[in-house]
Design a protein around this ligand. Structure first.
Ligand code: NAD
Length: 485
């Protein structure tokens, strides 16, 4: 008898329980050998006062099984001190790669893009999802966008290895490095470096805005797309919807020791409890899970039965179309239709074969180039709402009271725009000012000079809200210039 593989299952919120029941019913009917440990995560856990949405006992199960099959959960909105469960799990378990295949099933499912077959490889742990946010002044709120060299290289290498193993032809990178030259610029540079190691793959980089526009217009031009976290979140919903419904695509969250399988969509509160949700995205995640634990035969049987079901026109309302569909079904009826077709193969859509077990993706350790770092200045951010917010008044005050020790004010920006010296009177100024101090001769400074500078800010009655040290790395500035500088 085949031994059962332990997995952790969470039924989630909204449509979660309906689609999870449907998927597990199909998987078990197909012969999946699973020892299921159920955990509770999401809304009810939050409501019991647990701000992370997950109980300690659930972590124990995840550490034991290392494989998580998860329904969507309702993420509470900001302002209540609650953290996103998805982000917590992805980061806690080191699930750095988020793979989201978005495939058209034409002619079975109505889509404007019948040739689309795009895999989005989304960085899963960094970027704006660090959740480090602060209100700094009366008017200004801040989120930190943190991207690391190792995190970026890992996801980019993963995308290239994924493309190589899955015999894909092209890898495209989307960033916004024309604006975010340090964070997205690093991601782009690493992409170019890694791309050079894969000469048989076609590669290109696009700015995220035009890239998304092209993806929406001509998705058949794309193959594998590798992106930082936030862009990946957005474009994968766009891409899944282009294939016919956001309810079709899976989200495979892969780490070195753990893996989590879910649908890309959320808990869809608008249709929860109605029994009409499409379980396909979660089912395709379940197929990914079965492949991950080596139950390839079962995965293949389910995938082909699912294809057969949709090509026969048995559709949930989100993909129902009077020209292509033959029967409008609810979640349970759809699951039963897939079960009835276990063992059958599609006739119009390509048959899936997992006969050749895929090579697992293993990545070499990232070697971060070591560079000489020197402290050369500081940006002091102040909350200042005096003198009609005239930047020249603040500039004169700082120059007179705070310049010292060769560390002088060189610029003030407001929302990143240079307003002193030589600003435009027309620039709108918030109550939040970034004041840059550098040594005129470009020589290194000491931390003590910054502390002394802050003492002068305090003596001048200025409310400094944070500082950002300015460093050079091998002589190159590790900081951006002000807009208009
Ligand atoms: P959503 O994906 O839940 O829903 C967007 C739209 O798509 C809705 O109209 C919904 O009815 C439809 N839809 C989604 N899945 C469907 C399916 N399987 N079948 C048919 N139609 C489907 O996005 P939202 O409304 O922005 O978010 C709802 C909640 O889900 C929020 O609390 C959000 O934070 C959370 N969320 C969770 C996850 C996750 O757990 N991984 C992911 C995204 C959003």
């Amino acid at each position: 008898m085949t031994t059962k593989t332990p997995i952790t299952v969470a039924y989630g919120d909204g449509i979660g329980p309906e689609i999870m029941s449907a998927c597990l019913k199909i998987m078990l009917a197909a012969g999946a050998q699973l020892e299921i440990e159920t955990i509770e995560v999401g809304e009810q856990v939050y409501l019991r006062g647990n701000t992370s949405g997950i109980e300690p006992s659930a972590w124990e199960s995840l550490r034991r099984t290392r494989v998580f099959f998860k329904s969507p959960v309702t993420t509470p909105l900001g302002g209540k001190g609650l953290k996103s469960l998805n982000v917590t799990i992805r980061k806690a378990l080191g699930l750095y790669a988020n793979v989201r295949p978005c495939v058209s099933y034409s002619p079975a499912i109505e889509t404007k893009h019948p040739l689309m077959n795009v895999v989005i490889v989304r960085e899963n742990e960094e970027d704006l999802y660090a959740g480090i946010e602060h209100r700094q002044t009366n008017e200004v709120y801040q989120t930190l966008k943190l991207m690391t060299y190792p995190g970026s290289e890992k996801i980019i290498r993963y995308a290239f290895e994924y493309a190589r193993i899955n015999k894909r032809k092209k890898v495209t990178c989307f960033t916004k490095d024309n604006i975010m030259k340090m964070t997205d610029g690093m991601f782009h540079q690493i992409f170019d470096k890694v791309a050079a190691e894969y000469p048989s793959l076609e590669t290109n980089h696009m700015i995220i805005d035009i890239g998304t526009a092209r993806l929406a217009d001509t998705p058949e031009l794309f193959d594998v797309i590798v992106v930082p976290n936030l862009y990946g979140d957005i474009i994968s919903d766009v891409a899944a919807q282009l294939t016919g419904s956001v309810g079709l695509a899976p989200s495979l969250n892969i780490g070195t020791d753990f893996a989590m399988f879910e649908a890309i969509h959320g808990s869809a509160p608008d249709i929860a409890g109605k029994g009409i949700a499409n379980p396909s995205g979660l089912l395709r995640a379940g197929i990914g899970l079965l492949l991950h634990i080596g139950q390839t035969q079962v995965a293949e049987v389910i995938h082909n039965a699912w294809r057969r079901t949709i090509e026969e026109g048995i559709h949930t309302p989100d993909i129902y179309n009077t020209l292509r569909s033959t029967r409008k079904v609810g979640t349970e009826e759809f699951a039963d239709a897939v079960i009835e077709r276990l063992g059958q193969k599609p006739e119009k859509l390509p048959v899936i074969s997992y006969a050749h077990q895929e090579e697992a993706i293993t990545l070499p350790p990232v070697v971060v180039p070591k560079q000489t770092k020197q402290l050369v200045g500081v940006d002091v951010f102040v909350h200042w709402d005096d003198a009609g917010r005239d930047p020249n008044v603040l500039g004169r005050l700082l120059s007179e009271r705070c310049n010292s020790d060769g560390l002088d004010l060189v610029m003030i920006t407001n929302r990143g725009q240079k307003v002193y010296p030589d600003g435009f009177g027309e620039t709108f100024c918030a109550d939040h000012w970034r004041c840059r101090f550098l040594r005129g001769d470009g020589a290194p400074i000491e931390h003590g000079q910054i502390i002394a500078l802050l003492g002068r800010f305090q003596a001048a009655g200025l409310d400094f809200i944070k500082t950002e040290n300015l460093y050079t790395f091998d002589g190159k500035p590790g900081f951006s210039l002000g807009q208009g500088q």
